[in-house]
Design a protein around this ligand. Structure first.
Ligand code: SAM
Length: 241
């Protein structure tokens, strides 16, 4: 796995984009930047084992290099699910296809380049939206989630993981400090942390837990709850009636 050294460069890209340079180091970046990344994938698999019906279509929206779907395809093999990963970044999709070929799972997983806010979705048993809603313009989020609600079959599940904010200023500051401690512990320097933070400014726009839950309810989901939180990261599940 190539190591993420993008923000060691004194002239890094000013705004964060999911280009070829990022795709190349992305698996390392995610594991060192997203706390409990693997644990959330494991919990996603546990939820799908319970909620998805045999043969269901499962979407991973903003699938990046396909890590989540490759794990799910192995763990949930007996359910014969049809996995589709969608990402707007050509470089991410190319990497995902390569990984699927190497693991010989290309027959069960389809990777498609497209904009998840625009692309036509087929009826599905689950949508996974891990660390991606935060990159959709706030104004567009309700309409987007309403589309996912429409695509899900009754009893279908939407799983969302996000960076979050707290409306309590003291706790918000504390959670961000603890997150920066985590990144330092993963080997990122002070400069790398500061440069990445700047590059993501106005691009990654986190909501609070309460705002995300309210949004999901407005989008039509009646069963909504968090199932995981690590300081300023949370995972949500929403089930369609
Ligand atoms: C932080 S990554 C997601 C990580 C991935 N879900 C995982 O858990 O491994 C965000 C991804 O969303 C993609 N993305 C952002 N906006 C998008 C959009 N409108 N349509 C499709 N993909 C999008 C980016 O290209 C990027 O690969």
């Amino acid at each position: 796995m190539s190591k993420d050294t993008i923000y060691q460069d004194p002239h890094p890209p000013s705004d964060f984009t999911f280009n070829a340079r990022v795709a190349e180091v992305f698996d390392d970046m995610l594991q060192r930047s997203v706390p409990c990344y693997q644990q959330v994938i494991d919990m996603t698999a546990t939820l799908l084992a319970r909620f998805a019906a045999d043969g269901d279509r499962i979407y991973d929206l903003g699938c990046s290099t396909g890590t989540t779907l490759l794990h799910l395809a192995r763990r949930l093999e007996a359910k014969e699910l049809q996995f589709t990963g969608i990402d707007s970044s050509r470089a991410m999709i190319d990497k995902a296809v390569l990984k699927a070929e190497m693991l010989a799972t290309q027959n069960t997983i389809r990777f498609v380049q497209g904009d998840i806010a625009e692309i036509e979705l087929e009826p599905c048993g689950a949508c996974i939206l891990n660390y991606t809603l935060q990159f959709i313009r706030p104004m567009a989020r309700k309409k987007f989630l309403t589309r996912l609600h429409s695509a899900l079959k009754p009893g279908g599940i939407l799983i969302i993981s996000e960076k979050i904010i707290s409306h309590d200023l003291l706790l918000n500051r504390t959670f961000i400090d603890l997150y920066h401690d985590f990144k330092r512990g993963q080997g990122y320097t002070e400069t790398e942390i500061a440069r990445k933070r700047e590059a993501l400014e106005n691009i990654l726009i986190p909501f609070s837990i309460q705002e995300n839950i309210a949004l999901l309810k407005k989008a039509g989901f009646s069963h909504v709850e968090t199932f995981f939180q690590w300081f300023n990261f949370a995972s949500f599940m929403a089930v369609k009636d």
